[in-house]
Design a protein around this ligand. Structure first.
Ligand code: B1M
Length: 215
């Protein structure tokens, strides 16, 4: 992607200008840029600056909300393009996906869902702030191959452990593979809570999901 457009995309999120973000995303697509590169090299760096400014006290909650609005507007353009580029014929498996209880961060979870469905997985997206018992019930009901748990807060990543324990209690832990992710989540956390897989980003989630279904 051109450096200029890349910076403009990031800056539109930092400036809290969702319309400009939508417009630059459109321009980037029209100029032939790959949707995943637009996310990785333009939008994510902008979101990270917004997050850092929030941490340092320079930005406040409304700044996060407006940046998320910009990113979601961009995703409206990017999601159909992502799906169109990776069409699989055979079903790769079923994934129940959601952001855990107490956590309303949606964008990363939805991007993971888009990439999984673009790669042939049937994705049942339960949304955000999903109660533990809803995850367990959906796994039982659908017989899903994978349960994908997103958490963006250090205070909610512990719910991933709670959900794995609830699967054990419900007697279905050995019937479903659990994949965890989200900004504060690490491989060592995934190991500690006995998750089956961990992915750092949406493309990684596709690779891990493929491995989990194969094993
Ligand atoms: Co909030 N927030 N937020 N926020 N927010 C963070 C996460 C934070 C790091 C910002 C900061 O302080 N630097 C911080 C968390 C600190 C911590 O716990 N370590 C934070 C905080 C503190 C909060 C509140 C508590 C603020 C407050 O109220 N005082 C509050 C909590 C609300 C709640 O959930 N209960 C809050 C609220 C919000 C908004 C609602 C305003 C908004 C979200 C809107 C929405 O989603 N509709 C928001 C936003 C936008 C952010 C930041 C700026 C951006 C998140 C994002 O969308 N990134 C974020 C800072 C940051 O991440 N740099 C921040 C883009 C997205 C594509 O990336 O979500 O990381 P990400 O997803 C990636 C990977 O993580 C991974 O793949 C994705 C794609 O590559 N991944 C998975 C995600 N899930 C996965 C699952 C997998 C595998 C991979 O397998 C299943």
């Amino acid at each position: 992607m051109s450096n200029e457009l890349q910076s403009k995309l990031a800056q539109s999120l930092i400036d809290g200008d969702p319309d400009a973000c939508f417009e630059y995303t459109k321009q980037a697509l029209q100029s032939g840029m790959e949707p995943m590169a637009i996310i990785r090299d333009g939008l994510m760096p902008g979101m990270n600056v917004v997050g850092d400014k929030f941490s340092s006290g320079e930005y406040f909650l409304p700044d996060l909300i407006i940046a998320a609005d910009g990113m979601q507007k961009a995703m409206e353009l990017l999601e159909p393009e992502l799906r169109a580029r990776q069409q699989s014929v055979e079903s790769a498996g079923t994934v129940v996906l959601g952001t855990v209880k107490g956590d309303i961060h949606e964008i990363g979870k939805s991007l993971v869902g888009t990439m999984l469905s673009a790669n042939g997985f049937k994705v049942i997206d339960l949304g955000v702030d999903v109660p533990t018992e809803s995850f367990v019930a959906k796994v039982k009901e659908t017989g899903a191959n994978i349960l994908g748990l997103s958490a963006l807060l250090t205070t909610t990543m512990t719910i991933q452990r709670e959900i794995i324990e609830a699967l054990v209690e419900a007697g279905v832990r050995n019937k479903v593979k659990v994949m965890v992710g989200g900004a504060p989540v690490t491989r060592s956390w995934a190991d500690e809570i006995k998750a089956d897989g961990y992915a750092e980003d949406a493309m990684g989630a596709v690779q891990v999901a493929r491995q989990l279904v194969a094993n």
